[in-house]
Design a protein around this ligand. Structure first.
Ligand SMILES: [Zn+2]
Length: 142
């Protein structure tokens, strides 16, 4: 029997996101048909600034999802106050961090789109309202 799902969520591994992301995946309606989860520190950060081996590993996960599970939409989710970004960059403001992450999300979208032109790619940025992730504002990026 075949097992397929419609979506792939690429998110940061940060545990603080778990409760709100779970709520969002249930309530937003964009994960209808089920979803795979690729959980990596910094979400798509390593796809944009990692070495070739890291990038290949990242894309092989995307391949499994699109080829085996026939996913037709990928949701790339990044968030503010991200530890993976804090390790690599020194941002002077939350706006600066967000700008850099959106830049990377768009770059990742291009890289994935080149390999999988028929897959829809949606970018979402989560602004954490407190340090614990009790409330996250989800914003779709165009
Ligand atoms: Zn993070």
């Amino acid at each position: 029997m075949s097992h397929t799902c419609k979506n792939l969520l690429i998110r940061c591994m940060d545990f603080r996101l778990n409760a709100e992301v779970e709520r969002w995946t249930k309530e937003s309606g964009i994960f209808e048909g089920g979803f795979d989860v690729l959980s990596v520190a910094g979400a798509c950060k390593s796809l944009t600034d990692g070495n070739e081996e890291v990038k290949d590993n990242f894309l092989s996960n995307v391949f499994v999802s699109t080829a085996l599970h026939e996913v037709c939409k990928i949701v790339i989710f990044h968030h503010s106050d991200c530890g993976a970004y804090a390790r690599s960059y020194q941002f002077s403001s939350r706006e600066e961090e967000k700008k850099k992450q959106i830049e990377d999300m768009k770059k990742a979208k291009e890289i994935i789109h080149e390999k999988y032109p028929n897959v829809e790619i949606v970018l979402v940025f989560g602004a954490m309202k407190d340090g614990e992730g009790r409330e996250i504002e989800f914003e779709k990026i165009n």
